[in-house]
Design a protein around this ligand. Structure first.
Ligand code: NAD
Length: 329
């Protein structure tokens, strides 16, 4: 029986991961710690909350002493660490909370692992889930590889870059067994509606303005959340210690294109006149320090672990829109 600690399991990606592990690994105990910020919601986990191999503990990861107690009491063997402040706009308004949760919170968990495992790291693993935003921004060409130098621009990406560095430092200094993955933008059901895709979907459904930063030509690589979960699953079970993997969807799409795709699909699904909602688009002042383009080279995880995304953007976005329409109408 393995005791797997998942942090941030009440959030968007974390709740998909917890549900996947609880259902697919009945011989593992899944312990979810989350302090339920505005972004965490236990309703995301209703379908598995009574399973015998699942346990939720409301806990702030920054509290090292309590974190350490949980590691010892629950006999934690491995960690998949997702808890974070994750919204770039919030990081611009309040960078301190990002440094606290993302940097000090990660350090607290690293130290709790090291101490509770008493430097005996056999069959132990600390898996840190990170973002492609640590690499900064790209011009019109090129892709982020695992060797791209870190160049974060927002307080969010700076805090995630710092947490990645701490995780590697624990590997280099103490030989703590770690892996890191850096993933592109996720979308899918259960995402808090301040992020671009659920915000646009909500606003189109409710006939509210669709705010697009700057000229709308910023490009992101989009990955359906279940494809991220399948990559985490593979890395968790099969990666060699100390490795880093980039995860991406091969879906480079500008914010303008995203808005148009969503308008077309939602107007059709709601039986509205074709493209009726195009008038909702409203260009607003650009985000400070807005990165122009992200794009991921996922060839390492494909070649070494055999991972590939299974959802085309068309299929993933249909499932996402249907989920929000079902929830909101
Ligand atoms: P989210 O904001 O939806 O969820 C974060 C969760 O962490 C919430 O449940 C929140 O309550 C919890 N949390 C926050 N501070 C905490 C603290 N101090 N102690 C305990 N729990 C705390 O985030 P998400 O989009 O699901 O992202 C999860 C992870 O994946 C993050 O580390 C993020 O950097 C990374 N990531 C996200 C994306 C994306 O597109 N969403 C892409 C790549 C990487």
């Amino acid at each position: 029986m393995k005791n797997v600690l998942i942090t941030g399991g009440a959030g968007f990606i974390g709740s998909h991961l917890v549900k996947f592990f609880v259902k697919n690994y009945p011989d593992c105990n899944i312990i979810n710690i989350d302090n339920l910020t505005y972004a965490g919601d236990l309703n995301n986990l209703r379908e598995i909350e009574d399973q015998p191999n699942y346990r939720f503990i409301k806990q702030d990861i920054c509290d090292f002493s309590e974190a350490k107690k949980i590691f010892i009491k629950e006999k934690i063997d491995s960690v998949i660490h997702l808890a974070a402040e994750s919204h770039v706009d919030r990081s611009i308004l309040d960078p301190f909370s990002f440094a606290k949760t993302n940097v000090l919170g990660t350090l607290s968990l690293l130290q709790a692992s090291k101490i509770s495992w008493k430097d005996n790291f056999k069959n132990k693993l600390f898996y840190h889930v990170s973002t492609d935003e640590v690499y900064g921004t790209l011009g019109e060409k090129g892709l982020f590889t695992e060797n791209t130098p870190y160049d974060p621009h927002s307080p969010y990406s700076a805090s995630k870059a710092s947490s990645d560095h701490f995780v590697r430092a624990f590997y280099d200094t103490y030989k703590l067994p770690i892996v890191i993955s850096n993933c592109s933008n996720n979308y899918g059901p259960y995402q808090y509606p301040e992020k671009l895709i659920p915000l646009f979907i909500n606003n189109i459904i409710n006939n509210n303005p669709i705010p697009i930063y700057g000229d709308g030509n910023n490009i992101r690589d989009w990955l359906y959340v279940k494809d991220h979960i399948s990559a985490i699953d593979l890395i968790f079970h099969n990666s060699k210690i100390g490795k880093t993997y980039n995860i991406g969807g091969n879906n480079e799409i500008s914010n303008n294109e995203i808005a148009k795709i969503l308008i077309k699909k939602i107007d059709k699904k709601l039986g509205r006149k074709s493209n009726k909602s195009i008038k909702l688009i409203k260009y607003v002042d650009d985000r400070l320090g807005h990165d122009k383009r992200y794009a991921i080279d996922s060839s390492k995880i494909k070649n070494e672990l055999g991972w590939e995304p299974k959802y085309t953007f068309d299929r993933g976005i249909d499932k996402t829109i249907d989920w929000y329409i079902n929830k909101l109408t």
